[in-house]
Design a binder for this molecule. Structure first.
Ligand SMILES: Cc1cc2nc3c(=O)[nH]c(=O)nc-3n(C[C@H](O)[C@H](O)[C@H](O)COP(=O)(O)O)c2cc1C
Length: 317
């Protein structure tokens, strides 16, 4: 890592909530800033009180950038205005979401197939946005060359903050990374973009740095879920087993307690904790049996007993 690398926690809808973001920042740390998962403004309700509460800088330990999923400039701008009223300073347009329930509505990564719509949308947003604007996108929806029709639009409109996930929408999160296409984007974009995708080890990070020497902003999602110490490790910190364990259980307990303080927290507690464990389990040895047991938990009490046993007996990787 070099001094000027910036590490950004990626948005994962339903996962990187303010509860998770703050707990990670206040335990393992190592993160420079975060992008919040998208909000999707609707005609009858641009943004909910709960969504504003998630985004309020006062409620977030780290600098936060909001994200909006929209194909309509007026809805985007109305939501951005509400975000501004609570002190948010930066907003991102989501042009990367690959899920059919989003792309079937012409939003997220399906926008990438339609350069004229993107040009119109971005022109209106850029002209009127009350917040500093960024975009997060893939190389395309069906074809990794789609981005090359969009780059002149970004350059002309002086979009200065661009994060690229070098996959295509129809490949969701597991298809190939088109790194040569990403390299061409770096060459022809007027600004240096941020890189996002599949960085889950320090060796992968070093390889990316070597391949893309001008990139110094790195957005990381699943790598930090699989290994909560990942941002620290990227900064050259090494935690021994007992330091890792201590921080890990503090992270776990903070997230857990915060969910249970919510009025309806108990109703989604197990679902949410099981989702975190689907990532965290990879940080522990003998993880297969434990993962199965966590999946089978039917009550919060059962879950607590299992975690307490795990705390006493299992060693991190
Ligand atoms: C469960 C899940 C939810 C996601 N939600 C969002 C989202 O709300 N906004 C967004 O821009 N990207 C979202 N993403 C994509 C991630 O931000 C990121 O681009 C992707 O996971 C690739 O980076 P990574 O390999 O470092 O995880 C999501 C990904 C996953 C797996």
């Amino acid at each position: 890592m070099q001094q000027n690398d910036e590490f950004i926690l990626a948005p994962l809808h339903g996962v990187t909530s303010k509860n998770f973001r703050n707990a990670l920042a206040n335990t393992f740390g190592g993160i420079d800033r975060v992008m919040a998962p998208y909000v999707e403004p609707k005609q009858n309700k641009t943004i909910t009180i709960k969504e504003l509460d998630e985004l309020s800088p006062q409620n977030n330990s780290l600098p936060i950038e909001a994200q909006i999923l929209a194909k309509d400039a007026a809805l985007f701008l109305a939501a951005a205005q509400e975000m501004k009223s609570i002190g948010v300073q930066r907003v991102n347009l989501n042009m990367g979401c690959p899920y059919p329930m989003v792309t079937n509505k012409g939003k997220g990564s399906s926008l990438l197939e339609n350069p004229s719509l993107v040009a119109k949308l971005l022109m209106q947003i850029k002209k009127n946005s009350p917040l500093s604007l960024s975009v997060k996108l893939r190389l395309g929806y069906k074809d990794p060359n789609e981005i090359f029709a969009l780059i002149p639009i970004f350059n002309d409109l002086a979009i200065t903050d661009i994060t690229i996930h070098p996959r295509i929408g129809i490949d969701l999160y597991h298809g190939p990374l088109y790194l040569d296409h990403f390299k061409r984007c770096v060459d022809i974009l007027a600004v240096v973009p941020s890189y996002n995708g599949d960085i889950t080890s320090t060796s992968m990070f070093s390889a990316m740095k070597e391949k893309f020497p001008t990139i110094n902003r790195w957005m990381i999602g699943r790598g930090a879920l699989l290994n909560p110490a990942f941002f620290c490790e990227l900064r050259g910190e090494k935690l021994d087993e007992s330091e890792f364990e201590k921080k890990f259980w503090k992270l776990h307990d903070t997230i857990s307690e915060n969910i249970l303080t919510l009025s309806n927290g108990k109703s989604f507690y197990l679902h949410r904790m099981k989702e975190y464990w689907s990532y965290w389990i990879h940080s522990f040895q003998e993880n297969v049996t434990f993962a199965k047991k966590i999946k089978k938990c039917k009550t919060i009490e059962e879950y607590d007993i299992l975690c307490n046993y795990h705390k006493e007996t299992k060693r991190p990787r």
